[in-house]
Design a protein around this ligand. Structure first.
Ligand code: HEC
Length: 111
C-alpha cells in the first residue's frame, strides 16, 4: 500500500513537471504568432494583412533580417514608423530558450 501511494505521488509529480516544461517552438508559434504571421508564416491572416506583414515563406524576405534581429523582435517587439507597437514583446511570456528556438523555426518557414 505504501509503495502504491509513493508510485502515485511520483506519477503526479512527473506529470506536473511535464506541464511546467517549455513548449516547443511549433506550439509557441501556433499559440502566440500564427494569429498574425499565419501558420505558414505568409502573414495571410486578417490581422496580418492589416499590419502588412511580410511573407516569411519567401527566401528574399528572410534574408532581410539576421537571426539576432529576429530574436530582438521576438524579445522586445516591433514598432512601426509611427512608433506604435505592432508586434508585442514576448520577453515576459516566453523563456529565453523558447525565444531562441523560435528563430530557427521562423527560418524553417522559408520554402
Ligand atoms: C500582433 C501581430 C503579431 C504577432 C502576434 C507576432 N508578430 Fe511578429 N511581426 C509583426 C509585425 C507587424 C512585424 C513587422 C513587419 C514584418 O516584419 O512583417 C513583425 C515582425 C516579425 C519578425 C521580423 C523582424 C525583422 O527584423 O524584420 C519576426 C522574426 C517575427 N515577427 C516573429 C514573430 C514570432 C516568433 C512571434 C510569436 C512569438 C510573432 N512574431 C508574433 C506582428 C506580429
Amino acid at each position: 500500500m505504501k509503495l502504491l501511494s509513493i508510485t502515485l505521488l511520483l506519477g503526479s509529480a512527473l506529470s506536473l513537471a511535464g506541464t511546467a516544461s517549455a513548449a516547443t517552438a511549433q506550439e509557441n508559434w501556433d499559440l502566440h504568432c500564427a494569429k498574425c504571421h499565419a501558420a505558414d508564416g505568409s502573414g495571410s491572416t486578417k490581422t496580418g494583412q492589416k499590419l502588412k506583414l511580410k511573407d516569411y515563406s519567401k527566401a528574399e524576405l528572410q534574408s532581410a533580417f539576421t537571426d539576432d534581429q529576429a530574436l530582438a523582435a521576438i524579445r522586445d517587439g516591433v514598432k512601426n514608423e509611427a512608433g506604435k507597437m505592432t508586434m508585442n514583446p514576448y520577453a515576459e511570456k516566453l523563456t529565453v530558450e523558447e525565444m531562441q528556438a523560435l528563430v530557427p523555426f521562423v527560418r524553417s518557414l522559408k520554402k
